[in-house]
Design a protein around this ligand. Structure first.
Ligand SMILES: *Cc1c(COP(=O)(O)O)cnc(C)c1O
Length: 405
């Protein structure tokens, strides 16, 4: 009986906490870079569930990893370890600077672990005065109270009472500002190696290198939040690998599970030992189902041809967007790296990113925004040429309709 009762968008308003404003249509099925809604209408997916669905929808390797594990063992808790978690942790250390891994269930939780490790290490090693966390305006690190406070948008962190203390926000890409502020009291600097939610802002190489040097000078830890940039998104497995600097702690989530919830904090032996038995934990963290899926995903994404394919697809997007812009000039620039791209609106189109998202939806295309002035594209890393062409045709139709109206 219950199954036959059709649910629609109205039910959201009736029974869901109104912290989201979802689109009217409700997708029910996905394959590759296409999804279909309740009425069978097809959409091309350039959004990838916000930089998550890195292998598209229901990719066979993922489906078999999940279903195989589902027939074996779902959950234990961390009273025991499990084979998928051990294999995934080893894989992540082989493909990064890290020696040690802590598993969580989301990006915010991975960042929470990173911040707690940094604070604990500084307290153990240097004493209670070394507690300042420096982060950057427009940065985004998740929605737990610590991570949202470290994030650089007070609109997200205000209104919940007293915040976790000793967090300072400075301007991204302003090395002088950081040099003037950082001190022996600084415990850690946390940054995205390409700001995603904040508008697709790349760091200058001078900035990332300078941040690393200043952290070394003041014995502050460098935390890279790679929740959005990680797992192949920018064309290397982690973005830091193409920037010439290594963090001390890295957080990863989103594309790590490609649609199955998982997050991880990666770090070195010498830091990891400060999270002794009982200092931190998670019931679900390292869950066998999540780890089995992520193991399959990492196996795919670390293939050289997949990473090379990201760079190739970046050119598809840049070329097509510039061609559309030549006909209907609404963008100033296309920025970002790999398949974390933003088309920034020009002065006449300020504030209209959401209008473009809505118009694209009407044409059967899913895109994202990053703030009011940037249309964001975070598609599957393996989107086919046919899916891409079909999506871009729809994007051009959406832009044309808005431009000519
Ligand atoms: C999405 C995101 C997060 C938060 O991840 P959740 O899984 O939503 O908790 C944190 N940092 C960055 C850079 C992100 O893009």
């Amino acid at each position: 009986m219950a199954k036959e009762q059709k649910v629609d968008r109205q039910v959201f308003d009736e029974v869901m906490v109104p912290c989201y404003a979802p689109m009217q249509m409700i997708p029910v099925r996905g394959e590759g870079s296409r999804v279909w809604d309740q009425d069978g209408r097809e959409y091309i997916d350039f959004a990838g569930g916000i930089a998550v669905s890195c292998l598209g929808h229901c990719q066979p390797v993922m489906v078999s990893a999940l279903t195989e594990q589902a027939g074996k063992l779902w959950h234990l808790s961390n009273v025991m370890t499990n084979e998928p978690a051990l294999r995934l942790a080893r894989l992540l250390t082989e493909h990064s600077f890290a020696d040690k891994v802590f598993f969580a269930n989301s990006g915010a939780e991975a960042n929470e672990a990173a911040l707690k490790l940094a604070r604990r290490y500084a307290a153990d090693q240097f004493g209670p005065e070394k507690s300042e966390i420096i982060a950057f305006h427009q940065g985004f690190h998740g929605r737990t109270f610590f991570t949202v406070t470290v994030g650089g948008q007070t609109a997200y962190s205000d209104g919940f009472g007293p915040k976790p203390g000793d967090v300072t926000h400075l301007a991204y890409n302003d090395l002088e500002g950081l040099a003037a502020h950082i001190s022996d009291r600084t415990c850690a600097v946390m940054m995205e190696p390409l700001q995603g939610e904040g508008g697709i802002i790349s760091p200058t190489s001078e900035f990332v290198q300078g941040v690393r040097e200043l952290c070394d000078k003041y014995r502050a830890l460098l935390i890279f939040d790679e929740v959005q940039t990680g797992n192949g998104r920018t064309g290397s497995f982690y973005a830091y690998q193409d920037l010439g600097v290594e963090p001390d702690i890295l957080s990863t989530a989103k594309s790590l599970g490609a649609g199955f919830p998982i997050g991880a904090m990666l770090t070195t032996d010498s830091l990891a030992k400060h999270l002794k038995v009982g200092t931190h934990g998670s019931t679900y963290g390292g869950n066998p189902l999540a780890c089995a899926v992520a193991e399959a995903v990492v196996g795919e994404v670390t293939k050289p041809e997949v990473l090379a394919g990201v760079k190739e697809r970046e050119h598809w997007f840049r070329d097509a967007l510039m061609a559309i812009n030549a006909k209907y000039p609404i963008f100033d620039e296309v920025r970002g790296k790999g398949l974390l791209l933003g088309a920034a609106l020009n002065s006449e189109w300020q504030g209209r990113a959401r209008d473009i998202l809505v118009a694209a939806g009407e044409e059967g295309l899913l895109v994202l925004v990053a703030g009011a002035n940037v249309v964001r594209f975070t598609p599957s890393l393996v989107i086919s040429r046919e899916e891409f062409d079909c999506g871009m045709t729809r994007f051009e139709q959406a832009v044309a309709k808005l431009y000519l109206s």
